[in-house]
Design a protein around this ligand. Sequence first.
Ligand SMILES: NC(=O)c1ccc[n+]([C@@H]2O[C@H](COP(=O)([O-])OP(=O)(O)OC[C@H]3O[C@@H](n4cnc5c(N)ncnc54)[C@H](OP(=O)(O)O)[C@@H]3O)[C@@H](O)[C@H]2O)c1
Length: 313
Amino acid sequence: METEDKLILITGASGFLGRPVVNELHKKGYSNLFTPRSRTYDLTNPAHIKRLFETEVPEKVIHLAANAGGIGYNLAHPAELLDDNLLMGTHLLRESMLNGVEKFVGIGTICSYPRDTPVPFREENLWKGYPEETNAPYGLAKKMLLVQSQAYRDQFGFNAIHLLPVNLYGPRDRGFQEEERAHVIPDMIRKFQKARDGLDAKVTLFGDGSPTREFLYVEDAAEGIVSAMENYNGRAPVNLGSGKEISIRDLAYKIKNLVGYYGKIEWDTSKPNGQPRRCLDTTLAEREFGFKAKTGFDEGLDKTLRWYRTQLT
Ligand SMILES: NC(=O)c1ccc[n+]([C@@H]2O[C@H](COP(=O)([O-])OP(=O)(O)OC[C@H]3O[C@@H](n4cnc5c(N)ncnc54)[C@H](OP(=O)(O)O)[C@@H]3O)[C@@H](O)[C@H]2O)c1
């Protein structure tokens, strides 16, 4: 196992995915970690990124920082999602290359895939169409990080890799605290719990329940990212997922039962469904760096709900 004490910069280390990534690095023996916050280094500001590299020159970078949220947040903030993610990615990757960083791990998103990608989504289909309109500004901003990584690899031999995680879920999801940003799982857990506790008369959910989604437990995602940092040096983007698809309607009934809410669900069909189907082909990650999700969905949901309930008391 490689545990040489090279400095690793982790952007977004305080976030939902960032914390498990830092834990995973510690577990594997990496102790020389640089985890700056946005209040000190605002990565949308190129001058802050320059200052960051004047302070510390890391040998590896894991770029997790992002402005992100669920479908409602994407609809309300398309311009900021495009600008912030593009700016952070472009300048950080450029300064990493100019400052001789050895390896850059870019974190993309399933939202970069075309709206009607054949299921399961294979990496070679990433460019065969435009993303779902509701998340296109976010998905395309992140996709530019892939283009930049490949351009730097081709021209300068820079070792930048790009991972495409599916929707994540687990404890400490920012969407539990910030309703406006919530992805579907924290949104449902919060709504069902409130209705179960008699604080709301019914539960209203976005769309008609027909789309499908895939979910990866956040600690599994962290393992995959660290394993890719250690073992993958390829040009091709790599999916990070569980490979299991579930409809939003089935997900709603699963969470309803888990929470113990016995009332009504109302589907608000005036709200968009988002991408019709989402499910990744995960064979490349398994072949290239041995990644396979290990947390079962019921187990992961249970851990997430237990964590959420401890926050209520
Ligand atoms: N969550 C998902 O379902 C999911 C799925 C696929 C891909 N991803 C990707 O995974 C990564 C992590 O997502 P997450 O869910 O962990 O996000 P998150 O909980 O919202 O955390 C965002 C992180 O980014 C940092 N950040 C935001 N704006 C910044 C700025 N201007 N300058 C510096 N740092 C900034 C925040 O730092 P401060 O706390 O210091 O502000 C925070 O640590 C993102 O790249 C996201 O696109 C997430």
